[in-house]
Ligand binder design. Structure first.
Ligand SMILES: CC(C)(COP(=O)(O)OP(=O)(O)OC[C@H]1O[C@@H](n2cnc3c(N)ncnc32)[C@H](O)[C@@H]1OP(=O)(O)O)[C@@H](O)C(=O)NCCC(=O)NCCS
Length: 302
């Protein structure tokens, strides 16, 4: 490890960064006897391409003598920034590269940003040590739940006064505002991705937006969230309805929910979801647990 340098990730780096990201996460999952969250190098490269589109300035790579040995990505959204993925080549882990990448990601989040968040897999002691040393604290347990493709899902009833329908272009401003309330900052570029390429449901009573759910299919997996509602029964109805829709298209559905929301967890397991993995929601700065009646957005946008 002679001359480690950090620089921004560019289009030309997609393959090398994608492959490194795949190998690092694959290795750690396998070492714990678990299924990896990213199934193939191709999926990992696709994800890096997506990150370059949505946060072109957020990627940092670590290079040693021309070889890519690490990566980190930050997603600045005004007063909130989220971090992920962060990965180091298994051959050079434990030498301080992860720590330098995390420091750079926090720097890129912006000086004085009140909250930097990340989600990490609870089994991963190495990552937890890294984050605790960098001033992150665990503020909530999360469950990453999975619904097998093709599961026939029984609908959960929505309150009778509410109308649930697919979102249309005119709903965009209200959706962005509603999502900002629960996330803590507007993230129109993320909401647009779901509106353009995914599925979105809105709930109105009678004309006020009282809930929504977003979902998207990506290489055989459907990611469900964010979603939020004024009422826990409505949240469950929205999430189950969208899960049923995604599952009927032959994808396995994943969703990230606060483990402490007993009603939501029970409702989703009754609908056929099972635990894929347990995660920690970690915050640096003045952050608290996610708000009530909220399902987090996947893809490092927690
Ligand atoms: C997590 C990861 C990025 C860390 O990168 P790294 O280069 O190995 O980490 P570093 O060498 O910079 O170690 C940073 C800190 O982690 C902590 N750490 C490392 N190994 C640890 C262990 N086995 N137990 C507890 N803490 C540990 C230490 O606090 C260390 O700081 P130190 O200087 O006080 O020893 C790397 O292990 C990785 O790529 N893992 C697979 C992908 C992954 O899990 N990413 C994070 C998902 S949220």
């Amino acid at each position: 490890m002679t001359g480690l340098t950090l620089r921004a990730v560019e289009q030309r780096d997609v393959e090398r960064v994608g492959d490194l990201n795949f190998v690092a996460f694959y290795r750690v999952a396998l070492a714990h006897g678990l299924q990896p969250g990213i199934a193939s190098p191709a999926e990992s490269r696709g994800y890096i391409r997506h990150l370059l589109t949505i946060d072109p300035l957020g990627g940092t790579l670590a290079e040693d003598e021309g070889e890519v040995v690490g990566l980190a990505w930050v997603h600045p959204r005004g007063p909130v920034a989220t971090i992920g993925p962060i990965a180091v080549d298994p051959r050079v882990q434990g030498r301080g590269i992860g720590r330098r990448l995390l420091e750079r990601a926090v720097e890129l989040a912006g000086r004085g940003v009140p909250q930097v968040r990340l989600v990490h897999e609870s089994f991963n002691g190495q990552a937890l040590g890294l984050y605790l040393h960098a001033g992150f604290r665990v503020v909530a347990p999360l469950l990453d739940l999975e619904l097998p493709a093709g599961t026939a899902v029984a609908p959960a009833p929505a309150p009778r006064t509410v109308v649930v329908r697919p979102a249309v272009a005119d709903d965009r401003a209200r959706l962005v505002a509603r999502d900002a309330r629960v996330f803590g900052a507007p993230r129109p570029q993320n909401v647009d991705l779901y509106l353009g390429r995914g599925r979105a449901l809105v709930a109105e009573s009678p004309t006020a937006l009282v809930g929504y759910a977003l979902g998207i299919g990506f290489r055989g997996t459907g990611y469900l969230g964010s979603a939020s509602a004024d009422d826990p029964a409505l949240l469950l109805a929205l999430v189950v309805a969208l899960a049923a829709e995604l599952a009927s298209h032959g994808v396995t559905v994943r969703t990230l929910v606060p483990a402490t929301d007993r009603r939501l967890v029970e409702g989703l397991t009754a609908a056929g979801f099972r635990v894929f993995r347990a995660c920690h929601y970690m915050v640096r700065g003045g952050g608290t647990a996610p708000p009530a009646n909220y399902v987090l957005m996947n893809g490092d946008m927690m």
